[in-house]
Design a protein around this ligand. Structure first.
Ligand SMILES: [Zn+2]
Length: 247
């Protein structure tokens, strides 16, 4: 595909960030990131990772766009809901139009034990799911493959972000029982935008090695009160997911 936008112009305003530079850009362009769930969180994650120049995005979601998605899933448009189009296909079209340098693999399927192999090519996974079963499975797959996982969750005006890196506390160490949410959980679009943008920033930080290492720190944000709280989790030696793994 013809590249219309010169790379040095496209990324100029991040290349000039102190500590960033061409090496960080190179790492991003060589990275392969799986975005698991292309909804409220997955939308800004896809958009900002494509904007940053992540080389390859593997999109995993088995759902089609619905009208009730449009208040927060900003990568999908009205026509995607009317057709309806698979979310991964809708996102692939927008990403390719936005940054033709990004290689997008759209997988209209659910992450399950049998389909976990689809993460084989990923260097990092972003958890944009909305159900505990899928999140814990993704946690286990990332632990097995020893790749980082950037977890995010949103509800109403609030949400949280936690980056899981090999050797550190895993998702189940931090959240032994995530709530089983029903499909119609209320979410403000802007709240999903904030949390998803933070997941994208965490992903860029991990890939480039810029910024503080995650070290089990989760950030909880409540936009209703404009309050942010940091919680530091420790590894649980008897964690069913990571307890048997080495340091
Ligand atoms: Zn654990």
């Amino acid at each position: 595909m013809t590249i219309l936008v010169p790379m040095k112009d496209r990324y100029a305003r991040q290349l000039s960030i102190p500590g960033f530079g061409p090496q960080a850009q190179e790492r991003l362009s060589e990275a392969s990131v799986a975005v698991v769930g292309v909804g409220g969180l997955g939308s800004p994650v896809c958009q900002y990772l494509a904007a940053a120049g992540v080389g390859r995005l593997i999109l995993i979601d088995d759902q089609k766009v619905e009208p009730s998605n449009l208040n927060r899933q900003v990568i999908h448009f009205e026509e995607d809901a009317l057709l309806p189009r698979y979310k991964v296909e809708s996102a692939r079209m927008k990403i390719e139009a936005f940054n033709s340098e990004v290689d997008v693999e759209a997988l209209p399927m659910k992450l399950e034990e049998e389909t976990a192999f689809i993460l084989e090519k990923a260097d990092l996974a972003v958890d944009c799911l909305d159900n505990p079963k899928g999140r814990y499975l993704l946690n286990r797959v990332c632990l097995d493959r020893r790749i980082p996982l950037v977890h995010g969750a949103v509800e109403g005006f609030s949400g949280h972000v936690l980056s899981v890196v090999p050797g550190g506390p895993c998702l189940r160490c931090a959240f032994p029982s995530l709530p089983n949410r029903w499909s119609g959980v209320p979410v403000l679009g802007a709240a999903a935008g904030v949390i998803g943008s933070m997941q994208a920033a965490e992903t860029v930080k991990i890939i480039t090695g810029i910024g503080d290492a995650p070290n089990g720190r989760a950030l909880f944000i409540d936009l209703r009160s404009n309050q942010a709280d940091e919680v530091v989790f420790a590894r649980n030696p008897s964690c069913p997911d990571c307890g048997s793994l080495g340091p």
